[in-house]
Design a protein around this ligand. Structure first.
Ligand code: SAH
Length: 288
């Protein structure tokens, strides 16, 4: 498979809006990479599949960026073709050791970092699945998990991507974690990452979606997109929570927050926390 990589150098303000545009047409591998040393300190990158939709998708991305350019200064994007094998390599040059929350440290597996005793290490080779830890929605989820995973908890991670949240939950003390993704590449990557992080006994990776999950959980984390989360809530996501269980919902652009809040109400879940970073919102809701 060939891919068309699209990348844009922007400032922090514009990064999330550009990532959102990319996510619309190239859901795979959308990444926001920090380069504090540069004038435009963020590179947003994504990959469009070189299939029969490529030309149409490329045009849509260009148009959407042009529209965004009316609000923020956005340079012309760069495009380059990459073979699948090169893709994982392209990521590697960009990633750094990343500290999130109080004690979580995300270490690309090819970088050296000597952990402090209190560090909760996640070794991550994201390959081609979303979830490098750099995205603000992922960071919001990690910070929330750090506060909310109780020892022995049973956790469900819907849309696991690289497996980052599932691995974090396991390392934070969860007894069992079900990690689900409908993308086979993500499921495979997540499975590999659970091995690398020695949490394979705790994290069970399943290729599928909400319909493939049974049982009830103390904590459900879903970092996808507002529409998908609202749809899952309407399909009964709330019933996957134990009484007193909590849902962490993220990946929500602030403009679309109301859809999720409404669906929470319909699902008889009570909103208990709201945090926002840039345009991204992370909601916590509880089952009464
Ligand atoms: N949990 C990771 C990745 C989030 S990206 C993180 O927080 O960084 C969202 C993931 O959800 C992608 O891997 C995508 O394949 C998956 N996804 C999207 N829609 C889905 C659905 N309906 N069911 C299951 N997984 C879905």
């Amino acid at each position: 498979m060939e891919w068309l990589e699209v990348s844009v150098n922007v400032d922090n303000e514009a990064a999330e809006a550009v990532a959102e545009v990319f996510a619309r047409y190239a859901y795979h591998g959308v990444a926001i990479e920090a380069h504090p040393e540069r004038a435009d300190p963020v590179v947003v990158r994504a990959y469009l599949a070189a299939d029969d939709q490529l030309r149409a998708n490329k045009r849509r991305v260009e148009e959407a960026l042009w529209h965004l350019g009316q609000i923020w200064p956005i340079p012309v994007p760069s495009f380059r073709s990459v073979a699948e094998a090169d893709w994982a390599e392209a990521w590697k040059e960009q990633l750094r050791v990343l500290h999130v929350g109080k004690h979580i440290v995300i270490r690309p597996s090819w970088l050296d970092y000597a952990p402090a005793p209190e560090d909760i290490m996640i070794d991550l080779d994201p390959g081609m699945a979303f979830g490098t830890g750099l995205h603000p929605t992922t960071q919001l989820c990690l910070e929330t998990l750090e506060r909310m995973v109780q020892p022995g908890a049973q956790v469900l991670d819907l849309g696991t991507g690289s497996g980052i949240l599932a691995i974090a939950a396991a390392k934070l003390g969860a007894r069992s974690v079900k990690a689900v993704d409908n993308d086979p590449v993500a499921a495979k990557t997540a499975r590999e990452n659970t091995s690398v992080n020695s949490v394979r006994e705790i994290v069970d990776v399943v290729r599928g979606s909400m319909g493939d999950v049974a049982g009830r959980y103390d904590l459900v984390v879903v970092n996808i997109l507002a529409q998908v989360i609202a749809e899952m809530l309407r399909e009964g996501l709330g019933a996957r929570l134990k009484p007193g269980g909590k849902l962490i919902a993220a990946g929500i652009i602030v403009d679309q927050e109301a859809h999720v809040v409404e669906a929470l109400g319909q699902g008889k879940l009570a909103l208990s926390e709201r945090r926002q970073r840039g345009d991204w919102v992370c909601l916590v809701a509880e089952r009464a």
